[in-house]
Design a binder for this molecule. Sequence first.
Ligand code: ATP
Length: 852
Amino acid sequence: MKPGYQQTINEALKHWHSSEKGLSPDDIRTLQKQYGKNELQTPEQKSRLTIFIQQFKDVMILILMGAAAISFIAGETTDGYVILVIILGNALIGYFQEYNAEKALRKLQQMSAQTTVVIRDNQHIPIDAAELVPGDIVVLEAGNIIPADGRLLTVSALKTEEATLTGESASVEKKTTPIQEDKILPADQRNMVFKSTIVSNGSGTMLVTATGMATEIGRIATLLEAEPEKTPLQKRLQTFSRQLVVVVLLLCIAFFGYGLYRNEPSLTLFLTALSLAVAALPEALPAVITIALAQGASRMVKHNALIRKLPAVETLGAITYICSDKTGTLTLNKMTVEKVVPAEGKDNLLLHALLLNNEVRFNADNVLLGDSTEVALARYALQHGLTRDEALTRHPITDILPFDSNRMRMATLHPYDTKFILLVKGAPVKIAETLSPLYSDTKEALLQQNRTWAREGLRVLFYAYTILDTKPESLTEALESNLDFLGMAGLIDPPREEVIAAITQCKTAGIKPVMITGDQPLTALAIAERLQIIAPGDGTALTGADIMELTDIQLREKVKSVSVYARVSPEQKLKIVRALQQEGQLVAMTGDGVNDAPSLQQANIGVAMGITGSDVAKEAAHMILLDDNFATIVKAIKEGRHIYDTIKKFILYVLSCNLGELLVIFFAPLLGFAVPLLPIHILWINLVTDGLPGIALTAEPTEKNIMQKPPRPPKENLFAGGLLPRILLTGILMAIAAFVLQYIAVSKGYPILLQQTMIFTLLCLIQLGNALSVRSLDKSVLSVSLFRNPLLLGVIVVTIGLQFLLVYVPFLQPIFKTTALPLEALRDTVIVAITCFIAIEMGKWVTVRLRA
Ligand code: ATP
């Protein structure tokens, strides 16, 4: 059998039992069974069991297991069992959270799966690329990631970039003719295309010859361990945790040594030292952050923002600039033709050009598919008396020079009586450049007309043509010269209503919205005014040509103040992003085309369009807008800020609680008190009293003023924004409260067990108060209604309930080493707890004022 590249198109079609009309549903079912899914193998997803087992790899849990073992050996079986139950409970909570996060992320991945257009049963249909089978006919266009290996059937100016496969970054021009040589490498198989490479230019169709692991890329693909990328915050926390472990271990050793010196029983001392470590280390922190990010990502998808890279959730909250394409994102992408003016006597030819000079496809129900500008133009021609069949019979499209955003025009070739006609349309200035010298006098008037339309916010296209005696070998740019003017069309694309509100919101949130468009400056400014990106009459637009004149330094100066860019090419978008970033800005940039990938990658948040975006743009993006809507970016930023705030609240809560416990245990002996908390109390406080409210805090709703604050500084330190003083202050206040209570208890002559039960209860109450207090980072606890977070409310009730059970139920008392609190002791405890809570709130008030 000949390899695919040696076969003619007919041989290839026959070989795969297919035809230009594609496969039939029956074929497909059998083939799918035979060849399986068109997927590259990925590393196994974590199973439930792995997730569960992983919970036990935590250092903390290992310490606890050690503690349990020692308790059993020393005959303290009750302690041993209780510790085991606590370990299990902790692992279960961790498991459920991680499992849910994992599930949410997997769902997000599935949502960003690639789709591809196939011809089956003579119909163009979009399908999931994983469903492709050998024999399928796939339609390729610029920006596609090629979904399988295939033999090309038709090409028009098709070029691919095969760096993923061959390492060669230059694009390869493709053809359809068979190649005679033998044993040639994929890089030289010019009539074949390969999975995972990119269509950088033109269009074509291919016959699928290999899918999944049978493709060239499948053969060389090594399984990459998809280790999720860590966010800056996670990395900083990791370093912080490592440093903390060292400090805490040293403290534990010191504590143990000092206890031995005081002649305390060594087993209790040892267990207390271990529980001190448990109390001081914020073990839940990294997991909770991943979970908060994953939950945030699932909430965002409900608002149509699909996160592809988890760190984006965190970055979103710090965005200072949103650079957005106009068409489809700021506007509806519902182009309609407002005006058409033909050149004299060219009415009919212009109508034909409107209908034929494009890459619009008709589906089975005669619905027009394709670029919205082109669809609008073709529809206009149909509404004005042309039929597609008639036009195509008289002037079939024999060749296409596709639209390209640098050239800003496209050309089609058609038979014209015995000759050929080249129809060209494009941006007015670009077409004016191609007109014959005969137009040197009238050109300016035409461009003037264009400007008048543009000022009304219209997208203007010029049409031109030339008659050729013979059919050119291939269409090249050189043919687009010496043309005759054919007419002009003006289209309107109404702004999206909701965008105006979103833009106002950006402004109050300290985020600058910037419009970037391929349209001409006057059109761009007219639309920018309507969207309130600029005030009426006050704007100038920076054009691509201007940008080329500027040095990098000058551009950096400019970018800060410019709100509208016009006639900008994808390469210039990259320059704009870089310049803004050098100015210390965090930039979200939208894009849809294949050439947008570099700027999407460079941006802090690359945003691809879900509906109109190319595969390549989606692949490069951090986030995909499922509805292509600018307002969705703003919603995602709001959610991003909310998540960052939540994480900050959680860090504040956990670290201040831990510090409080640490100080109490560490300093009580130094102050001459009896051991204030037993190991079992410490474990309970740490895992239940701290743990449950901590989880509930991640369900905290958005604070109302979140979009009225400026973005957080991009390089903000983990403990910035007054977090560190708050942690220290809260921790110290907690410790002081405990010492005061113990002092009261001692002076009233209470036995040690009662003292301990009081401190145990006190810390439980204060932690819950602290959970309430951190709900707002800068406002008083009274300003946030408790009913906005029912989970936290529930947790508080349950935790207080449990605490009372531990203290008052007789059979639990020996297990948890408590004793019933007499009324007076309970009263003292509650009074000290409330005083401490008020002090924490006042501390918040003071730190916020000091920073302002
Ligand atoms: P925006 O940047 O606002 O999203 P866009 O991405 O559609 O707009 P380009 O596609 O770069 O911008 O188009 C640039 C210019 O090229 C348009 O202003 C128009 O004049 C011209 N143009 C757009 N589409 C076509 C087409 N299909 N054929 C010919 N010319 C076109």
